[in-house]
Design a binder for this molecule. Structure first.
Ligand code: AMP
Length: 249
């Protein structure tokens, strides 16, 4: 069984991003970039399926500039078998990514496709859902546990206020939530091995996919500055402030 995982190169989660002065976006020049944390979880899950003898091959795909090769090499070091880069310097919105991944799925015919539940840069939470719809296959989003049995995937999903367990027939698309697993550390020998693993490069044009943006960003702003706190003398003063100033009780 082949498992395909999509990984995005994003600004590292430790970086404090700065909004550009013209408010068109955030400044990503010279900032540290890493694999989207939810995608690391997605890769880890795919590699565990292979180690459990359920998956036979793990293919990892990324769309974006040539530097995404670094992200793909990290995925190969975690344990993916081969990588595909869809190289493009253009802005790629979730629908365009979903169409690009659809084209790769048409070539690869994976039985399980795992994406992160969301990319931490655009917070869209759309690509997986759109890809499942384009492929016309079942989807199990926000997975916190995955088991594969009798040609079906059983997925525990994180839903508001609890967990829901569903079973979907394969092929299926799954999106990873935070509690699905704890990704392993990448070891130096595995980084060295990853350098020798195959990495194929396609372009959106070569795949025949229209990546024209459908959304226009009007403005990006910093969140409002937090006001400094005040020390109150006692509980009575706190209750008074909550009642008469904040008006929350
Ligand atoms: P989003 O819908 O943008 O929040 O992204 C959800 C998931 O889609 C990510 O966690 C990735 O698994 C996948 N994805 C988004 N953008 C890309 C990309 N440029 N290349 C590969 N996978 C992507």
């Amino acid at each position: 069984m082949k498992v395909l995982v999509a990984v995005k190169r994003v600004v590292d989660y430790n970086v404090k991003v700065r909004v550009k002065s013209d408010q068109t976006g955030v400044d990503i020049a010279n900032v540290k970039m890493s694999m989207n944390p939810f995608d690391e979880i997605a890769i880890e899950e795919a590699v565990r399926l292979k180690e459990a003898g359920i998956a036979t091959e793990v293919v990892v795909v990324s769309a974006g500039p040539a530097q995404c090769q670094e992200t793909l090499r990290t995925a190969l070091a975690i344990g993916a078998d081969r990588a595909i880069l869809i190289e493009s310097g253009a802005e790629l919105q979730p629908l365009a990514i979903a169409k690009l991944l659809q084209a790769v799925c048409a070539k690869e015919s994976p039985q399980i496709i795992i994406l992160g539940k969301q990319a931490i840069d655009d917070d869209s939470n759309q690509t997986g859902q759109m890809l499942a719809a384009l492929l016309d296959i079942p989807q199990a989003t926000f997975a916190s546990k995955l088991t594969v049995e009798n040609g079906k995937a059983v997925v525990k999903r994180e839903v508001d206020g609890g967990l829901e367990t569903i079973s979907v027939s394969l092929p299926a698309l799954i999106t990873s939530d935070l509690r699905l697993n704890e990704p392993r550390y990448v070891t130096l020998p595995n980084i060295m091995k990853a350098k020798k693993k195959p990495l194929e490069i396609f372009t959106p044009e070569g795949l025949g996919v229209d990546i024209a943006p459908r959304l226009t960003t009007l403005k990006v702003e910093d969140p409002p500055q937090r006001k400094a706190g005040v020390m109150v003398a006692d509980v009575a003063a706190l209750v008074d402030k909550l009642k008469n100033e904040a008006k929350v009780i």
